[in-house]
Design a protein around this ligand. Sequence first.
Ligand SMILES: Cc1cc2nc3c(=O)[nH]c(=O)nc-3n(C[C@H](O)[C@H](O)[C@H](O)COP(=O)(O)OP(=O)(O)OC[C@H]3O[C@@H](n4cnc5c(N)ncnc54)[C@H](O)[C@@H]3O)c2cc1C
Length: 491
Amino acid sequence: MAKTILCACEDVTVEDVRRAFALGHRDVESVKRYTGLGTGPCQGKSCLGLVARELLRLGATPAEAAPFTVRPPLQPTPVGAWASVDPAPLRLDAAVPPEPGPGAPPPAPAPLPARARVVVVGGGIMGLGLAWQLCQRGETDVVVLERGYLTSGASGRNGGGVRAQWSTPTMIRLARRSLELCARFAAEMGINVWFRRGGYLFLARTAAQRERIERNARLQGEMGMRTRVLSPAEAAEVVPELDTARVLAASWNPDDAVVFPWPFLWGYAERARALGAAVHPFTRVTGFEISGRRISAVVTDRGRIACDTVVNAGGAWSREVAALAGVRLPNRPVRHEILVTEPLKPWLGPLVSDLDSGLYFSQSLRGEIVGGMGDPEEPEGLESGSTLRFLARFSRALAACVPVAAGLKVVRQWAGCYDVTPDNNPILGAAGLENFLQLSGFVGHGFMMAPAVTEAMAAWMTGGPPDEIFERFTIRRFERGEVRREDFIIG
Ligand SMILES: Cc1cc2nc3c(=O)[nH]c(=O)nc-3n(C[C@H](O)[C@H](O)[C@H](O)COP(=O)(O)OP(=O)(O)OC[C@H]3O[C@@H](n4cnc5c(N)ncnc54)[C@H](O)[C@@H]3O)c2cc1C
């Protein structure tokens, strides 16, 4: 069959773009997210004009056909070159800006219902996963409101790491359940999520980190996991390219995995819609009508919806969303940067995480190395621009960890926001008002927690017995002083 290719790097055809447009992905940024166009080595240089012309032909407005922001670096550039840049004097506020806004709404969006039993604010993996889980349990009168295109928040910007190596029984149980659900997502939802069980390898360079991974590995072993603490030589058997000179030990679980995040959102959204839920992108929640101790309606820039229950799944915007209802959350948004290299033949098995520097990287099924690293100097804020400082810090750390990676070319960097709580644990259940449920505060591990947590939340919301997480992670823990900090955090 003949096919007309628009994006040669990612093999996106004119038919793919037409299908995306027919499904409501009208602006270039949304179509990029849906098809992957422009995410390959040429970064849209060869396809953007063709795609914009095709969208205009299909009926897009000039604003919708505006090109997406080309992400730095402007040209594929080796990690070794960035590693030679001294990050110390580089400023975090000198950022290349992210795309200008959450995308353009379609000219005639589907009307909002006058009322719904459950309104979910935020169409990230939490909101969409919850909608699908509710529908599965017969609660189909659910509306998800997303201010931008689907995948515009952290769920469309993350590293796709899913690991069960945690330090508490609760987190281990949730993550293992998520891994199970991720492994069968493609078959169950009919969409490829590029699930790859290559394991996670945590590197410890100090005695304190070694002790930590040994403690965790003991607990994980007691819970039936295959985690082992490896010597540096054994770690080099898992990743022969590692420079283990300064590694004291590593912790290795072959059952951890990486995924490609975007199709999870499409899968949840499409399946939830098929069961009766409504998902409205480009619909911003601007306020709440409150009567007594309850929210009676959600107000949006496209009208109001009377409701019985509201779920705040606003990710890094959760605090802002809660404030619209007069509820204070202790969450803080903090930028986290990440990048991707040119694709290579498969060579890296696990996701490697260096506990001392915060560096992590993995190879996707598409062959790219995807990696990030937190910055202790990053201030609070809903900032998602990209910095040279990150590029330099990350490249130094990567080249030191795996010297052969110095030759790899970085093709794109971007950023998203972590939704950080004082103890690095989520906030779940009612806060402030009786029918205002929180599903937020997942820091840098919300993607991997979402399948299990949304399952538990939907079961609880539809009358099932409450999982212990709703007591453990209630906002009331801060008043009660029952705060146990989660510190096995990457980045
Ligand atoms: C760079 C990076 C790397 C990461 N790597 C990993 C990883 O490897 N593994 C992992 O498990 N996690 C990772 N995370 C964390 C993970 O991405 C998040 O925890 C998770 O995606 C949170 O999902 P969410 O649905 O709560 O938030 P989001 O995906 O951010 O969704 C919230 C949505 O709410 C919408 N919204 C906000 N305000 C409003 C409003 N007023 N009205 C309507 N909609 C609104 C936003 O547009 C947004 O789409 C990473 C995060 C980042 C930034």
